[in-house]
Design a protein around this ligand. Structure first.
Ligand code: AQP
Length: 332
């Protein structure tokens, strides 16, 4: 079975629809076809300033949501990044073969550092994509299911794997991105020129899975649509409506063409009303299941401990060969 690795940051009290449709939905599907490793990447969550207690809670909430969304610890390895120290250890080695200019070209770093200002931008934010490369390479992942926003980071990971292998001998599998085009970029409901995002979206632009469904319904009903009245799928001229159709199709498993037929001659209001209903039906059981997992933190922590042990077995083997190949003396 091919190996797969992906991660999600515990930087909010809920995942948003983009996280789910762009990434986690594929993680769930890949449990049955791949040897799957998924992690809550808490090391990444401290790059922009954070509150320790909130981080601890959000790590648990993230794990609970992943289980509620369909990850099954019997069929995948689910763990928390900081429980596996090899991530930070390999991150250091990879940072020593990354060019300063190369890291500086990462668009996400440029966007976030511009917004934060130089004095509030941490070195950790700068080296974040290198740590992400370590996350992936430690598990010899063949594929990495992510949203479109991660494509450039994946390219860096591939470059670093190839560079290390060339300089020090074959050590890492060179991974491929696994990006499902239809849902790779869920857009902000208020500004369909940008992706739905924790940091960039306004509160009304983002649908959080754990939010009050009545509030989410309101957000859908007030989503920016486009001039004209016809329901068409046209990413360029009707990005708002097209985004709603993408979300509708992904949540129901119906094809966009089928939806277009069903809404032929009807208005945006009907589409939004029905989508709000679809969303409600989708989030209700997820919210319930998430609550159940959170009500038993002891059990949740046990699941994560088992995951960490399984992850470490793989990570330690890769780190040992990377250390050996790079020239570190083996401990006696
Ligand atoms: N809008 C999106 N559409 C599709 N996929 C998305 N992802 C994020 N936004 C969208 C994918 O979700 C996974 C987890 O990403 P993350 O933990 O890095 O979350 P994030 O990038 O912090 O989430 P945000 O909201 O995008 O935060 P910002 O922009 O504030 O950092 C990844 O696979 C990502 O591609």
């Amino acid at each position: 079975r091919p190996r797969v690795l992906s991660g999600i940051q515990p930087t909010a009290d809920s995942f948003h629809l983009g996280n789910y449709l762009g990434a986690v939905r594929n993680w769930v599907a890949m449990q049955d076809t791949h040897d799957a490793f998924y992690c809550v990447v808490d090391l990444h969550a401290i790059t922009m300033g954070h509150d320790p207690e909130a981080l601890r809670n959000r790590s648990r909430i993230s794990a609970a949501q992943l289980l509620a969304l369909g990850l099954d610890p019997e069929r995948c390895t689910l763990f928390v990044q900081s429980h596996v120290p090899e991530h930070a250890q390999l991150g250091w080695v990879l940072s020593c073969i990354t060019g300063f200019g190369e890291a500086g070209r990462m668009v996400q770093f440029k966007d976030k550092s511009t917004k934060a200002g130089q004095d509030s931008t941490s070195v950790g934010l700068f080296t974040y994509p290198i740590l992400q490369a370590a996350d992936i390479l430690l598990y010899q992942a063949d594929q990495v299911p992510v949203g479109e926003d991660q494509r450039q980071h994946l390219e860096l990971t591939r470059d670093l794997a190839q560079r290390f292998n060339t300089r020090f001998g074959k050590t890492f599998t060179v991974p491929s991105p696994y990006i499902v085009k239809d849902t790779a970029k869920i857009l902000d409901l208020q500004d369909p020129a940008i992706k739905m995002s924790k940091s960039a979206s306004s509160p009304n632009g983002i649908i959080e899975l754990l939010d009050d469904p009545a509030r989410s319904a309101k957000k859908i009903k007030s989503a920016v649509t486009d001039t004209g009245r016809e329901i068409l799928y046209d990413e360029e001229n009707k990005p708002g409506v097209s985004n709603l159709l993408t979300i509708y199709a992904a949540l129901t498993g119906r094809a966009i063409d089928e939806l277009l037929e069903a809404y032929d001659g009807r208005g945006y209001g009907d589409l939004k009303k029905d989508l709000a209903e679809v969303l409600l039906e989708f989030v209700k059981p997820i919210q319930e299941r998430t609550r159940l997992y959170l009500d038993d933190p002891g059990q949740l922590d046990k699941v994560l401990a088992v995951g960490a042990e399984k992850a470490r077995a793989v990570a330690a083997t890769t780190l040992a060969s990377a250390y050996r190949n790079v020239g570190f003396l083996s401990p006696a």
